[in-house]
Design a protein around this ligand. Structure first.
Ligand code: ATP
Ligand code: MG
Length: 426
């Protein structure tokens, strides 16, 4: 159901097939041996077929409390039933809960397909494919939305965003990925409700960020996130840095980085969250560094500190797991080392496990004009030289000026060429 039916109608190969059924999670588990039940907030069955995981969701009854008619609903395999009363938020029962802003904390009240469709997000995502007779069941006029390449929320947009603010991100993601327009009523409340993202668990926002930025349509997704005022609720410090002239180029760097990532995905090359988050946070890190260090060229310890301050604050919005945050920090810490090119010691950088990613990051800095093209060229060339020639090169080289990107001494200017000797003008 959902995305797969939509994609098939569009002639796109679906990424996966989600299944919707009237079987309860426990029943699904009894039928399929390789089945795991996951999720407390939203209980699902994952059926494993080799490498593949098929997500199986039991039909839910309509979610909004005001839509609830006081009717018995079967909720689990034991035949327990609860009566949901129309309630003012916050609302809490064992199987469904809302917080004071109307956000759904739990949604495990099961229902029929006719009830299920109303709690799907967009009409274009609300299509069911019936495997018995190969028919499409369309309760919400979803087929005509797919044909018109349009995203329209089912129901009252504001209520639906309050129930789950991530739907605002999903609107942007599908608009970018499918090249759909967002219907006017669906679009209108987004700016005003963008702040609701602040209340979404950071781990969920991390997952959503990967889908937004690492699915092949990152550049477009970012533009839409900015357009709707959503980005600043995901990466507040980066958004703030982008608005300050000395760091505005960091936004260009992000756009260039996302364009590279999109091209890599199109070419079936691997991409990593480590690099993504480095590009997302670089502007914020430089700003932090600049604001806490008065000296012309801050030392590495100050860069480490700035990076940690930004990371700590960022984790309260988007939880970046340590396995990405740690290498990301290393990648950023290596940037000043590219400026040290004289002496044999400088060659150890080539052996660093994070060299490749750090070098790609240097190329990106050069691409937007904050690292000298000559510097990028040096590190490009030296990689393919035999060791004796490398040594000869670094021994002949005079000492370089340290990296000054984003510091008080060298307010980063686009394509500004530092004069030889690196004398900074005030
Ligand atoms: P993708 O191609 O990214 O998998 P999809 O449409 O299949 O897109 P999923 O996140 O896999 O999206 O979700 C499957 C279906 O479940 C959606 O098509 C939609 O009907 C429904 N759905 C998923 N998340 C939500 C949500 N937050 N609110 C309402 N409905 C949702
Ligand atoms: Mg899917």
């Amino acid at each position: 159901m959902g995305g797969a039916v939509r994609d098939l109608l569009l002639g796109i190969r679906p990424k996966d097939f989600d299944v919707a059924t009237n079987a309860l999670p426990d029943e699904v588990r009894r039928i399929f041996r390789n089945c795991r039940l996951i999720g407390r907030r939203f209980r699902l069955a994952h059926v494993h077929f080799g490498q593949e995981i098929i997500e199986v969701a039991t039909f839910r009854a309509a979610a909004a409390p005001e839509r609830e008619d006081a009717e018995d609903l079967e909720v689990d395999g034991e035949g327990t039933s609860v009566v949901d009363v129309p309630a003012a938020a916050p609302f809490e029962s064992e199987h469904r809960a809302f917080d004071t802003s109307g956000r759904i904390l739990r949604d495990n009240i099961y229902g029929t397909i006719e009830e299920d469709v109303w709690r799907r997000d967009f009409a274009a995502n609300g299509l069911y494919y019936n495997i018995d007779d190969f028919s499409i069941w369309d309760f919400v006029d979803g087929v005509s939305d797919v044909r018109a390449r349009r995203l329209k929320l089912i129901g009252d947009p504001e209520t639906r965003y309050r129930e789950d603010p991530v739907r605002m991100l999903r609107a942007v993601r599908f608009a970018a990925k499918l090249d759909f327009s967002i219907d006017a009523r669906t679009e209108r409340p987004i700016r005003e409700l963008a702040h609701l993202l602040d209340g979404v668990p950071p781990a969920r926002l991390f997952d959503e960020c990967l889908k937004l930025f690492l699915s092949g349509f990152g550049e477009r997704s970012f533009q839409l996130l900015q357009q709707y005022g959503l980005f600043e609720h995901l990466f507040p410090m980066s958004a703030a840095a982008f608005r300050l002239p000395p760091y505005a180029y960091a936004e260009e760097m992000l756009v260039a980085g996302l364009a590279n990532t999109d091209a890599r995905i199109a070419a079936d090359k691997p991409v990593t969250p480590t690099f993504l988050f480095a590009v997302l946070l670089w502007g914020a890190v430089l700003r932090e560094l600049n604001e806490q260090s008065a000296g012309p060229a801050p030392d590495l310890a100050q860069l480490v500190q700035a990076c940690d301050t930004v990371l700590r604050a960022q984790q309260s919005r988007v939880a970046i797991p340590r396995r990405f945050a740690v290498p990301m920090r290393e990648l950023l810490m290596l940037q000043p080392r590219f400026n040290r090119r004289s002496g044999v010691k400088s060659l150890s950088l080539l052996q660093h496990p994070r060299f490749r990613a750090a070098f790609d990051f240097l190329l990106l800095r050069a691409q937007v004009g904050v690292a000298e093209p000559e510097l990028a060229q040096w590190w490009t060339d030296i990689q393919v030289l035999p060791q004796e020639e490398r040594v000869a090169l670094v021994q002949a080289r005079p000492a370089d000026a340290p990296m000054q990107e984003g510091t008080a001494a060298a307010p980063a200017r686009r394509r500004r060429r530092r004069r030889r000797g690196g004398a900074a003008r005030s």
